[in-house]
Design a protein around this ligand. Structure first.
Ligand code: CTP
Length: 401
């Protein structure tokens, strides 16, 4: 098993006074259960929404509330320097617009903002507020300034808000904050900012009749992780997905398709707007020649399905000024077959998956791949999580662009 990226990491979780503070308990629990050592710093108003006992129990540490230590505190008199230099990462979730404004202006008027000024490690800020407060131009300007200053902002999402209104302001989903923490701890930056990337993922379903179809074992995990990593690294991402139960961030434009033909049409349409295509979908090579419009009955004595070839999307798409990445799933003579596919389909890069490798393949969270570029240079990667594999693929794309 691959150890969690959080294992042994020292993380400060900052909480400010917004209703989303109750969700941060789950964030702390996830970090601790993945092996992180967590210290929690709160603003006084955060304690209107969540209790110190909850936070100290989950983090297994005293919480930091006051700028000046209490006589019974386990922290030293210079705690803000000790804790700031101890940490590998700080995450503020939720960050109210008040705290965002204070950070932007360098205030150190409570324990949490004081810590921020002394940090040496990366800082992730996940702001949250009601929709009008969030959209307020001053808030928007401050959030942009945080990004410009090099902090990693995980923007709020649209949804139902505590006020009863629906709009943008809800704290980002915790899974996205954890993904951002992984990206930051691994040292990745927003190095894909300005890039427009189209990713395909999942299997296709080829109808036989209204009830049955032909499909394959692809879960979509790899493509979804590529889309997420690319988004977190700053890219503008569109995902074309065959049927998959994987979840994607709401900011990523998602086009749902079923058949290889639908996927082809969607790729043609979306590629015009994008410069990079990462074709990780497991597209069916064959589809039933005739799709019955009514259910095939047992009495029909149906025995053979006549198949016809689908369009090979990678070969067919217009490639001028595009960087095209294909995937190859092989069981034998892997490198040779992958190089042949790269050349025949006119690709810039190919990602080879071998079903013979332990820990790689369908429906699991790890992968072991080999990447081959246009010059036929071969890069072997070790067994990694699919999320880290996705980041390594993006690194290679960046290198070969
Ligand atoms: N692909 C595609 N259109 C298809 C089938 C596959 O664009 N109709 C793409 C896949 O998304 C993948 C690459 O082609 O990026 C390789 O797919 P794979 O099935 O491994 O290769 P094939 O060319 O179909 O060859 P074979 O099945 O014989 O290995």
């Amino acid at each position: 098993m691959i150890p969690s990226v959080f294992n042994g990491k020292k993380i400060i979780v900052g909480i400010t006074g917004g209703i989303a503070a109750y969700k941060t308990a789950f964030l702390i629990r996830d970090l601790v259960s993945n092996g992180a050592e967590v210290k929690v710093a709160v603003t006084p108003s955060a304690l209107n929404f969540i209790t110190p006992l909850t936070l100290s129990t989950l983090s297994q540490n005293d919480i930091i509330v006051n700028t000046f230590p209490d006589s019974n505190s386990s922290y030293s008199n210079t705690w803000h320097i000790d804790v700031a230099t101890w940490a590998d990462l700080m995450i503020i979730a939720p960050a109210t617009i008040n705290t965002v404004a204070k950070i932007v202006n360098g205030f150190a008027d409570n324990a949490l903002t004081t810590l921020v000024t002394a940090l040496r490690c990366p800082l992730i800020i996940a702001p949250a507020a009601d929709m009008d407060m969030y959209q307020n131009p001053i808030t928007q300007k401050n959030i942009k300034t945080l990004t410009d200053l090099g902090y990693f902002v995980v923007e709020a999402e649209e949804g139902f808000l505590a006020s009863g209104l629906t709009g943008k302001g809800r704290l980002a989903d915790l899974s996205k904050i954890l993904d951002a923490a992984e990206i930051v701890l691994k040292g990745y930056k927003k190095d894909l900012t300005g890039r427009k990337i189209l990713v395909t993922a999942g299997p296709t379903q080829e109808d036989i009749d209204p009830v049955r179809f032909i499909t394959n074992r692809s879960s979509g995990k790899m493509g979804y992780q590529i889309a997420k990593s690319a988004f977190l690294r700053g890219a503008d991402v569109t995902l074309i997905s065959g049927p998959s139960s994987e979840k994607i961030y709401p900011e990523i434009k998602k086009v749902n398709v079923k058949s290889a033909d639908e996927m082809y049409k969607a790729v043609q349409q979306e590629l015009e707007e994008n410069e990079i295509l990462i074709m990780s979908a497991a597209v069916a090579d064959y589809t039933p020649a005739k799709k019955k419009s009514t259910k095939i009955k047992k009495e029909d004595n149906f025995q053979n399905i006549e198949l016809t070839k689908t369009v090979d999307i990678l070969s067919a798409v217009k490639k001028e000024n595009k960087f095209i990445v294909g995937f190859a799933l092989e069981t034998d003579n892997e490198i040779e077959h992958a190089k042949k596919k790269l050349t025949q389909k006119g690709l810039d890069m190919i990602v080879l998956n071998s079903l013979r490798e332990a820990g790689s393949g369908f429906e699991i969270d790890t992968n072991k791949i080999t990447i081959i570029n246009k010059r036929l240079d071969v890069t072997d990667l070790p067994l990694l999580t699919k999320f880290e594999t996705a980041n390594q693929i993006l690194n290679q794309i960046n290198k070969n662009l």
